[in-house]
Design a protein around this ligand. Structure first.
Ligand code: ZN
Length: 224
């Protein structure tokens, strides 16, 4: 971008942000969208027409809905690079038609090479599953995590610190969901014909922003 354009660009962004400061929060989102479109088009005029043609993501990301774990942001990826599914505590249930459809579409049609299940430390869904409280309709969802907790209870309860216990369950939960994915029809069918996709279990630390790999399943071996 030439120097004159940058000055013009900054002038407009100044007014965008001035307006944003005096508007309601939801309206801010719409205005921020316009600012993003403007900035993007200034750098790459063909960006949207090119992106609208097709998607060929290499990765399926299955993460927690937590607002502090934005998939693209923490992996430095851009629109078109991640096919994303998020739910509370990144659970893959065998009777959840939503996530099974996402996995099938990603594997069968988009031909993703990697599936990443990303849990995170400090997960509210994990903490809720460790209590005996009722959370209404959420109880059925949390049952899957409660089962993981029961299976790993000796190792988890051996830890004194409640935060460390929840963090270990978050890791165990990721490992279980990676195994659950490996058993789906979409993956079994894909592995009949080739060695992809690989399935990775990651954990994200809210306190330092770092991702850590904790397990991986590749055809036909697994270290989960
Ligand atoms: Zn979470």
């Amino acid at each position: 971008m030439c120097t004159r354009n940058r000055g013009f660009h900054k002038y407009h962004l100044y007014w965008f942000h001035l307006k944003i400061n005096i508007m309601q929060s939801v309206e801010k989102l719409l205005l921020e969208n316009k600012a993003w479109v403007y900035e993007t088009m200034m750098d790459d005029p063909d960006y949207f027409s090119r992106l609208s043609q097709n998607q060929e993501p290499e990765f399926l990301w299955i993460g927690c809905s937590d607002s502090r774990v934005p998939a693209n942001k923490i992996t430095g990826t851009h629109p078109g690079e991640l096919f994303v599914h998020r739910n509370i505590a990144n659970v893959v249930m065998e009777d959840d038609i939503n996530i099974l459809s996402v996995i099938d579409y990603a594997v069968t049609h988009l031909k993703v090479k990697h599936i990443i299940v990303c849990g995170h430390y400090g997960c509210g869904g994990i903490k809720a599953a460790m209590t005996n409280k009722s959370f209404g309709i959420l109880d059925k969802w949390l049952l899957n995590i409660k089962n993981v907790y029961e299976a790993s209870r000796p190792a988890i309860d051996a830890l004194e610190d409640p935060e460390a216990r929840a963090n270990l369950l978050a890791e165990c939960n990721v490992k279980q969901q990676v195994i659950n994915i490996s058993k789906t029809a979409a993956i079994q069918n894909a592995w009949q014909n080739n060695n992809l996709p690989q399935i990775h279990g990651w954990i994200y630390d809210l306190k330092d922003g770092l991702l850590k790999q904790i397990c991986r399943v590749i055809k036909p071996a697994r270290d989960c």
